[in-house]
Design a protein around this ligand. Structure first.
Ligand code: CA
Length: 233
């Protein structure tokens, strides 16, 4: 990892522990202790990855994340949160986070997730260079280069940006329209070796995709898995 990591954390003990562990792993880090400070660093330089606490004084982590994505900053974000409510997690993923770690965490888990997120981004880039391609079932068209999906429905067309996991999952489904992909098949596509998805992680991602693309975009076949419709000819 050559670029710096931005840590956004107001708790001095957690911040020092994370910075220490990053230094030990030879990862350069910048530590922002508030949302406003984070926004300042993000405006000035680019980072390999952002570790983002949600509960921050002044401007909270969710609003930092939304602001980043609204400005087109697609730097991978891993949320560090003590809030384990379903709604907060969904909101984080909806807002474009790549992953989250629940506090209290072991630094080894944070490092493993950082590696996974960066590996996913790296392999995605190689894949794109090899085959800049479009996947479509008529209604949804996925641009594998820009990672955006265009939804055409009722004569209207809109472009939607996806989080990394949403993209990986939709790419898996759109590679084989009409085929039912099981939970474990989707987990294999979305999670890399060594990552252990939570039991309903795929549902979280599907929920986010349906919210962005319309509830009919992804069909559920009870007990078997999920699919996108084949193109109507
Ligand atoms: Ca905090």
């Amino acid at each position: 990892m050559t670029e710096k990591v931005l840590l956004v954390e107001d708790d001095p003990m957690i911040g020092e522990a994370v910075c220490g562990a990053l230094a030990e792993a030879q990862i350069e880090a910048q530590w922002a202790k508030s949302g406003w400070e984070a926004m300042g660093f993000l405006a000035e330089e680019s980072f390999a990855l952002v570790l983002l606490d949600l509960g921050l004084p002044g401007r909270d982590g969710m609003s930092v994340l939304r602001d980043m994505r609204a400005k087109g900053n697609m730097t991978p974000v891993i949320i560090l949160t003590a809030r384990d409510g379903l709604e907060d997690r969904l909101a984080g993923l909806d807002a474009g986070a790549d992953d989250y770690v629940l506090k209290p965490f072991h630094m080894s888990e944070v490092l493993a997730r950082m590696r996974a997120v960066l590996r996913r981004r790296g392999s995605g880039a190689e894949h794109d260079a090899a085959s800049a391609k479009m996947l479509s079932n008529g209604e949804l068209t996925l641009d594998c280069e820009t990672k955006t999906v265009t939804v055409r429905r009722d004569g209207l067309s809109k472009e939607v940006a996806l989080s990394r996991r949403e993209y990986d999952l939709l790419e898996a489904l759109l590679t084989r329209p009409g085929a039912i992909l099981s939970r474990s098949a989707l987990e294999d596509r979305v999670y890399v070796d060594g990552e252990l998805p939570e039991s309903n992680a795929i549902e979280f991602i599907i929920h986010g995709l349906r919210k962005k693309l319309g509830s009919s975009a992804i069909g559920n076949v009870r007990g078997l898995g999920w699919m996108v419709q084949r193109a109507k000819s």
